[in-house]
Design a protein around this ligand. Structure first.
Ligand code: 6PG
Length: 241
């Protein structure tokens, strides 16, 4: 069963989580000479990433890989790779490596083979995966009932990456064409952190935990029994003003 870690506010959650990720990186480097992180895009984790990038770690032995991507150029404001390259700039300057998903193919489906080959070259399995979650219960770019979701959730598939075409929604915005890690790529991670802030996402998590239709709320694939590697990290969201 997934454990919850609840904090009074985002700042105290970030203090503990930054420390925990740094420790996990150091432990992985000690154990196997490398630390492979799978990190989510979106806005929630960016302050944490900026803080982690300042940590004194053996960055040349750290590989950061996106868990999903909007299929836009890396210099596009919506690019997850662009956002993480900016947040982790100090760490990249010290030798950390960042593996993105976007490649020159115009369509995600056309770029999938190159993306899959790139991810197969990573020092798998992931030592730590950090996932955000949408209020619709999506994780990475595994959106409810999206085109490509069934293949991405297929536990028997060896694929690491999947091309996803999400139904447009308030959560997807205009960026419905995505590439995402599959459930098969996520599951073997040594540690999965599901980072969610605020009441709306707390309700989403409670609804997800109470149901079983994974296609309707893909986060369900990582909740419940058999997911002892997943911790939910939650704090109430402070509202400006
Ligand atoms: C993306 C993310 C996505 C994100 C959730 C939560 O490309 O949008 O990878 O999975 O984690 O949508 O986003 P927020 O943290 O911005 O609420």
């Amino acid at each position: 069963m997934s454990a919850w870690r609840v904090f009074a506010d985002p700042a105290s959650l970030e203090d503990v989580l930054c420390e925990a990720i740094g420790a996990a990186i150091a432990a992985s480097i000690t154990a196997r000479g490398v630390a492979l992180l799978g990190l989510s895009g979106g806005s929630t984790p960016l302050p944490l990433y900026r803080r982690l990038a300042q940590a004194s770690l053996d960055w040349p032995r750290v590989v950061i890989a996106l868990v999903d991507e909007r299929w836009v150029p890396v210099d596009h404001p919506a690019s997850n790779e662009g956002a993480l390259r900016h947040a982790f700039a100090p760490a990249l300057a010290q030798g950390a490596r960042l593996q993105g998903m976007k490649n020159p193919s115009i369509r995600a489906a056309d770029g999938l083979a190159v993306c899959e080959a790139d991810y197969r070259s990573l020092p798998l399995p992931f030592d730590l995966v950090l996932l955000g979650m949408g209020e619709d219960g999506h994780i990475a770019s595994l959106f409810p009932r999206a085109e490509g979701l069934d293949a991405a959730l297929d536990a028997d598939s060896p694929a690491l990456c999947a091309a996803i075409s999400a139904a447009p929604s308030r959560v997807t915005g205009e960026f419905t064409e995505r590439v995402s890690l599959t459930l098969g790529a996520l599951h073997p991670a040594r540690v999965i952190v599901l980072l969610a802030l605020g009441e709306a996402k707390r309700h989403t998590l409670i609804e997800a935990a109470a149901g079983s239709d994974v296609a309707a709320m893909p986060v369900r694939a990582l909740l419940g029994k058999g997911n002892d590697n997943l911790n939910v990290w939650w704090a109430p969201q402070e509202h400006a003003g």
